[in-house]
Design a protein around this ligand. Structure first.
Ligand code: GRF
Length: 205
């Protein structure tokens, strides 16, 4: 049974999921705290949110390294400085490599109901397919693209006239609440993985 008090959050964009975690962790009763925020690019709102919250940040850009493998090692080394219990990939638009995945549990969030519509365009792909219900998935990351064990899912209805932006915004509202709820419960209650089944709670200290 693992617990998840210290969080390193990885971002690539606007960081609204990060903000929700920062806001939640302001309350000690939440049980988890964002100890650092990492990114694969600079100049993004996600990093600005961390700076405003006085949380340390780091940036590792793929193009600053001679290969993906070297970048993977560099990113894992930056994460390690903060000794996280859990890494949260919250809109981080890179697949994490073995150095990070083997060192820490990594929680990922995706704006579709996996295993449907994995990848970078989950909202667009679900709309293009004509689904009437979509949603979001919080899962543990593995080496694949959105293939890890599912921790939690919530549904969102597709409305007539939705485009990618309107649908993604409604999904993100639900996604933020789900992510905050799951991270807090993992931290407070502990969690375990049995095959593809993730169980939260039942921890014995
Ligand atoms: C989220 O919907 C996430 O699932 C997707 O990109 C969005 C990131 O939003 N991969 P934000 O940066 O947390 O605002």
């Amino acid at each position: 049974m693992s617990k998840a008090g210290r969080l390193v959050v990885l971002v690539s964009g606007s960081g609204t999921n990060l903000q929700a975690l920062l806001d939640a962790s302001a309350d000690p009763a939440y049980g988890a705290c964002v100890v650092a925020v990492g990114a694969d690019r600079d100049g993004i709102e996600g990093l600005a949110r961390a700076e405003r919250a006085q949380v340390p940040t780091f940036v590792e850009k793929l193009r600053d390294h001679p290969s993906r493998a070297v970048w993977d090692e560099a990113l894992a080394a930056r994460i390690a400085e903060y000794k996280p219990d859990l890494v949260v990939s919250a809109g981080f638009m890179k697949i994490l490599g073995a150095p990070t995945l083997e060192a820490y549990p990594v929680l990922n969030t995706h704006p579709a109901l996996l295993p449907s519509f994995p990848g970078a365009h989950g909202v667009r792909d679900a709309l293009a397919h004509g689904v009437k219900v979509t949603g979001c998935t919080v899962m543990l990351a593995d080496a694949g693209v959105d293939t890890g064990p599912i921790v939690a899912q919530e549904t969102v209805k597709v409305l007539d006239g939705d485009d990618e932006a309107t649908l993604h915004e409604r999904i993100k509202t639900v996604e933020r609440e789900l992510l905050v709820d799951i991270v807090g419960r993992m931290a407070r209650e502990g969690w375990a993985v049995n095959g593809r089944t993730v169980i939260i709670g039942g921890a014995r200290d």
